[in-house]
Design a binder for this molecule. Structure first.
Ligand SMILES: Nc1nc2c(ncn2[C@@H]2O[C@H](COP(=O)(O)OP(=O)(O)OP(=O)(O)O)[C@@H](O)[C@H]2O)c(=O)[nH]1
Ligand SMILES: [Mg+2]
Length: 293
């Protein structure tokens, strides 16, 4: 068997979490079209007849540096390349800029095998541009292979699997073939709620929200979940609640449906919004939210 650890790294919004979910066939990492969706290193395992890959999805690389949360999130991909067998570096379409180049400089000296995934090729109309892009990146002499994929349309996945089979080391299985739940149920619950908050809010606000799970209690017929949506300012609370509570109701209904689907049982979800001033810059609040080094 081939078995080892595979870290997915790339700029925010390139589709790392979407790739992980579709590649392993299970939703383990929340996704959205907004930037900085993933805030923790998320583990998930895929086992086939010939290999086992333990994936680590990481927060996207970005240029924000001003707040404590940014400093914590910037370290996550770097934590996830220690003692790793393979790095999947992901870009979106034929976009490659200085942030990508800086990231490649950081991973260059890692002993891990590096594979470049060009995601969202369903959006690249002119395939000759893609061809040229691959040729330019080949000149960097950094990657074992460069694979165009579409995480949404599941294109190129067989090639990714083949290449992982080539570069992963020979090992016995680390985890049972039927799978392994790395993240706690409470973490999954707060992430699924956060996904709905991000998806149903406008563009800048999602980055300034967090979910604090106040309580999860089991009554025979259903699960009672109480959660707080933290925002950083009073004006943001108004937006989250919406006219006559319509926005928070929409978020709650969608989150409850997804939670019921995910947990396979009835859920009673109570959501409140609370202003937690400057939480993005407060190390103690960040730690209480599980966002820590
Ligand atoms: N068209 C298209 N869209 C995609 C593809 N893969 C991902 N997306 C979209 O890209 C957006 C970002 O996806 P995510 O998976 O959340 O991106 P990410 O890289 O994990 O982002 P961060 O967690 O912020 O670093 C979502 O709206 C996805 O639906 C793809 O192959 N094709
Ligand atoms: Mg992500």
């Amino acid at each position: 068997m081939k078995c080892g650890f595979v870290t997915i790294i790339g700029k925010t919004n390139v589709g790392k979490s979407t790739f992980l979910n579709t590649f392993i066939g299970k939703k383990v990492s929340i996704t959205s079209r907004k930037s900085q969706t993933t805030r923790s290193n998320i583990y998930a395992v895929k086992t086939t007849d010939s290999l086992q890959a333990i994936f680590i999805d990481t927060p996207g690389i970005h240029q924000r540096t001003e707040k404590a949360i940014n400093k914590v999130l910037r370290k996550k991909p770097l934590e996830a390349i220690n003692d790793i067998d393979v790095i999947l570096y992901m870009v979106s379409g034929t976009k490659f800029d200085q942030v990508d180049q800086d990231a490649l400089n950081l991973i260059k000296n890692s002993t891990a095998k590096k594979i470049l995934l060009i995601n969202k090729i369903d959006l690249v109309a002119d395939k000759s541009v893609l061809f040229e892009f691959v040729r330019n990146l080949e000149e960097k002499n950094l990657f074992e292979s460069i694979i165009p994929i579409s995480s949404e349309k599941e294109l190129g996945f067989d090639i990714v699997l083949d290449e992982l089979g080539k570069v992963l080391p020979e090992n016995d299985l680390f985890y049972p073939p039927e799978g392994f739940d790395f993240q706690s149920i409470n973490f999954e619950i707060s992430e699924l709620i956060r996904e709905k908050v991000i998806r149903f809010l406008g563009d800048e606000l999602p980055y300034e929200t967090a979910i604090f799970l106040e309580g999860v209690s089991d009554s025979k017929s259903h699960l009672d979940i109480n959660a707080l949506i933290y925002v950083a300012k009073q004006s943001q609370k108004k937006i989250v609640i919406g006219a006559d509570g319509s926005k928070i109701k929409q978020i709650g209904t969608n989150a409850r449906k997804e939670l019921e689907n995910h947990l396979g049982r009835k859920v009673n979800l109570t959501l409140w919004c609370k202003v937690k001033k400057n939480w993005l810059d407060n190390p103690i609040t960040l730690e209480s939210l599980g966002i820590k080094n």
